[in-house]
Design a protein around this ligand. Sequence first.
Ligand SMILES: Cc1cc2nc3c(=O)[nH]c(=O)nc-3n(C[C@H](O)[C@H](O)[C@H](O)COP(=O)(O)OP(=O)(O)OC[C@H]3O[C@@H](n4cnc5c(N)ncnc54)[C@H](O)[C@@H]3O)c2cc1C
Length: 432
Amino acid sequence: MAPPSGPATLTPGHVPAAVADAVRDPARVSTRAIDRVAYAADASHFLLTPRAVLTAADQDEVAAILRAASASGAVVTFRSGGTSLSGQASTSGILIDTRRHFRGIEVLDGGARVRVQPGATVRQVNARLVRHGYRLGPDPASEAACTIGGVVANNSSGMACGTDENTYRTLESMVFVLPSGTVVDTADPDADHHLRTREPDLFDGLLRLQRRVAANPDSVATIERQFRMKNTMGYGINAFLDYTSPADLLAHLIIGSEGTLAFVSSVTYRTVPLKRAVTTALAVFRNLDDATRALPALVDTGAATLEVMDSTSIRVGQGFAEAPPQIRGFVPTDEAALLIEYHATAAEELAGLATQGARVLAEMPLRTVAEFSTDAQARALAWKLRKGLYATVAGARARGTTALLEDVVVPVPRLADTCNGLQELFLRHGYD
Ligand SMILES: Cc1cc2nc3c(=O)[nH]c(=O)nc-3n(C[C@H](O)[C@H](O)[C@H](O)COP(=O)(O)OP(=O)(O)OC[C@H]3O[C@@H](n4cnc5c(N)ncnc54)[C@H](O)[C@@H]3O)c2cc1C
């Protein structure tokens, strides 16, 4: 990644003529400082000022831009909702806004499927699905602002999506545009033939890699182990084991590729039935170790959400105007909290799940008894604590410091040791 360039060191804006010409309306090509600075930050701590901001109007225009950029060696990056936390949506090259003109949503089969353009937000899609009793599988907490393009390109998930309901698992088909401008629609029965004809090197390369992976038992075992977990680091190379059709394989490599392989022009998802019966508990443990060691048993009960919060989180949460009662009335030292939630289609099923969860919790060393609640207000308080944490911690940080956020994934039985190890590292190196 190029070094950060702030407004103080703003270089002159520039777009190669062929790239600018690929945009039909010159008003949608901007090298003005005000536009470039406005797009310099996403939700991460990186600041990269683009050389220019292009606003693409449709798939053909993106194809023309990519073709021209490839020919001239220009670096382009897609920007959609701009809520990425690791700098994926920022660049010191050319930024292409692919949100504004890509908002289409088409509900199919009474909501069982939905075809979406990449600029629609998750919330907008779910608002169209709710009346049919369905929702999208991926459920990032940023759903109000993040878009399908970003969800696909980051393989975003959320508090309840797990590894079964992410884009990789719920994608039915995808239309994508390659750097050469070639458009592939995986719903087309001739997609593989089209890919082989238009992109023979890519087609052969995919098959060669697939054979190499499949022929190596160590590679197969590593991929199976790594992708059993919620692993979104790097390319989704599990696609080499899961798909035989090169077009489908490529579509699944594009998921999680952070915009580096292709432009996602349209996606058809298999949706997930809405489970409207929900019950939530906020359990406070004596320490983080106890809380994380409770997780495997709770995972086995089929919990939809298990969110761990450490003593610092509890301390921050106690300062909220409406802190949940479970975390009030004590000075946190080592305590940790677990937000546990079950989802069901019917009240009876929900009661059964809550009974199982309560049984597990009854055997755990809790600070006080934890109770499941279907009460909307009690649930909202618990969720407000969880969802408000990052913004509050980041907002309250000392001047000149940075809030760092990275996802890590470890097998559930190793979580307790990982958390303890991380705490030790933070202490040793002076991180709050
Ligand atoms: C408060 C907050 C909470 C969050 N919670 C979660 C969470 O629970 N789970 C989670 O996974 N993430 C979460 N995120 C991170 C982020 O919101 C998600 O990854 C989100 O899906 C990014 O979508 P976006 O539209 O903002 O994409 P952007 O940030 O604009 O782009 C993301 C990446 O996708 C590429 N891209 C965008 N559109 C396309 C396209 N059409 N074709 C190809 N590539 C494209 C971009 O180049 C970039 O690499 C959170 C972020 C914030 C700020």
